[in-house]
Design a protein around this ligand. Sequence first.
Ligand code: NAI
Ligand code: MG
Length: 331
Amino acid sequence: MRDLCVIPGDGIGREVVPVAVAVLEKLLPGLRLHEADAGWECFQRCGASVPDATLELLRGCGAGLFGAVSSPSHPVEGYRSAILTLRQRLGLNLNLRPVRAWPVVSPRAGVDLLILRENSEGLYSGREHWEADGVAIAERVISRAACTRLALSAAAIARQRQARRITLVHKANVLPLTCGLFRDTCRDVLATEGWSDVLDERLVDVAALQLVERPEAFDMLVTSNLFGDILSDLASHWGGGLGMAPSLNLGEGVALAEPVHGSAPDIAGRGRANPLAAILSAALLLRHHWRNEDAAQRIERAVESFLREEGHLDFAAETTRLIGEGVLQRL
Ligand code: NAI
Ligand code: MG
C-alpha cells in the first residue's frame, strides 16, 4: 500500500493537482491520499508557508505531489517560499527536470534531455542581507557534500538512462571558488563512477545558447541551483512550454513531484491550466521513487497518444478538465 501527501498550494496548483492525483489513483488502486497545506494563502491564514504538520505528513508518506505556490517578489516578514522551505527542510537535494519532444505541442522533434539541478544551496540558500544603504548581498553556498550527492545521483540516473553525454554546467571562469568546487567535485565523482568517456562541461552562458541552437545534442546536464532553474525553463520550450514541464525533488527517503511552473495568477481559477506538467511529474514519482517503470510509461504513452490525437484542438475554457479526461481514458 502506498501513501501520497498531496499539497495543491496556490493558484493553478489547486486545479492541476487533482487531475494528476486521479491519474495516480487509476494506476495504483488503494493509494492512500493525505492532503496538506502550504503556500502563500496558507501563510496568510496561519502564519507559516509550510506548517510543521505538512512536513511531518510528507516525511511520514515518503512521497508527495506539490502543485505550485505564489511568492511575493518583495520581502514579507516571516515568509519564505514554501517550495524552497520544503526542499531545504526535507533535504530534497536533487531536482530532476526532463525535457522531451511531444507530438503536436513541441516545436522540434528529437529533443530528449534531463537537467539535474542541485536543489538545496547555491544562490537559493536564503542568505541575503543589507551591507549598507543601497548595497544588498546574496551569498552563494556550494559544498563538497552537496556536489558529491548530486554527482552520485547523476551517476545512478546515467546508468538507468544509459546516458550518451553528461554535461557539467558552471561558470568557473568567473566564480573559481564556488563553481570550481562544483565542477571539480562532480567531475571526480563521475569519473570514479566510470563516466569519464561521456563527461564534458560548458560555461552556463554558452550552455544556454547551445540549448537554443541544438537541444538534441544534450543528454544529461548537471548544474547548480540557480543555473538549473533558469536553464530548465528555457529548455522546457522544446517540450511544449511550462504547461508540459515536470520535475521531481529527491532526497533521502522522500520524493516530491512538482510541475516546474508556478501558480500562474494570470489564468488561475478559470480551468485553463494545462495539467500535463503535473501528470508527467506523477510519472517521475512512479519511475524514480516507487520504481514502477511500467506505470510511468503507461502515463507517458497515454499523454503521447492524447497529444497525437487531440493536441491540435483548442480547448480554451475547459483545458484542465478535457486534457485530464483525455489522458485518463487512454491509461
Ligand atoms: P508561472 O509559471 O506561474 O507562469 C508563467 C506563464 O506561464 C504564465 O503566463 C502562465 O499563465 C503560464 N503557465 C504556467 N503554467 C501553466 C500551465 N500549467 N498551463 C498553462 N499556462 C501555464 O510563473 P510566474 O508568472 O513567473 O510566477 C507566478 C507565481 O508563481 C509567482 O508568485 C512565483 O513566485 C510563483 N512560482 C512558484 C513556483 C513553484 O511553486 N514551484 C515556480 C515558479 C513561480
Ligand atoms: Mg523556476
